[in-house]
Write a protein that binds this ligand. Structure first.
Ligand code: URA
Length: 183
């Protein structure tokens, strides 16, 4: 068993916050253990909770299309979430839940060692890049975190709600593609 598989096994039994009482499945993350690029969402929704996989609902279909635009697919990137269990009724994860869950994600990053990290949406960016992150102003900009390049995109759910945001996201994706070419 690899270290990441061992981590997944422990995470599946996690009871560090109250979300363990209402979840169907822990959504640990999927993708190659040596992925150069990692995507981080907010937390599982209903479909993800039922299937135990990140981004499998409508937003997930859009994420797949976004990946395809820059010659990526799920076999090439690692996809995880800030919190591994579904918040009831898809509310935002509480700061205490995010804090309790964070060590799982940090260890995933240590083991996978991605060179590029892409936060999907404001919640992941505020936790992962900086607390006052403004998604409308700062999406598509590169930040640095522990020697890795980090960018935030609009969340796929936001792109479904507001298609006017899609051209900006297309530009952001091209910047990610250019960074990957430099790896
Ligand atoms: N939204 C997220 O942020 N993550 C998922 O896995 C699904 C929807």
């Amino acid at each position: 068993m690899t270290e990441l598989e061992k981590l997944r096994e422990s995470c599946l039994g996690c009871e560090r916050c109250e979300l363990c009482r209402t979840r169907t499945n822990v959504v640990f993350g999927v993708g190659p253990e040596d992925a150069d690029v990692m995507f981080i969402g907010e937390g599982p929704g209903e479909h993800e909770d039922l299937q135990g996989e990140p981004f499998v609902g409508r937003g997930g279909k859009l994420l797949d299309d976004m990946l395809e635009l820059i010659d990526l697919d799920r076999s090439k990137v690692y996809i995880a979430n800030m919190v591994k269990c579904r918040p009831p009724k898809n509310r935002d994860p509480l700061p205490s839940e995010q804090e309790a869950c964070e060590p799982w994600l940090e260890r995933q990053i240590e083991l996978i060692e991605p060179k590029v990290i892409v936060c999907l949406g404001r919640i992941a960016a505020m936790r992962f890049i900086k607390p006052d992150f403004k998604i409308t102003r700062e999406h598509g900009q590169w930040f640095e975190r522990d020697g890795r390049r980090v960018m935030a995109l609009y969340h796929p759910a936001a792109l479904l709600r507001d298609p006017n945001k899609r051209p900006d996201t297309f530009e952001d994706l091209k910047r990610i593609q250019a960074a990957i070419k430099e790896i």
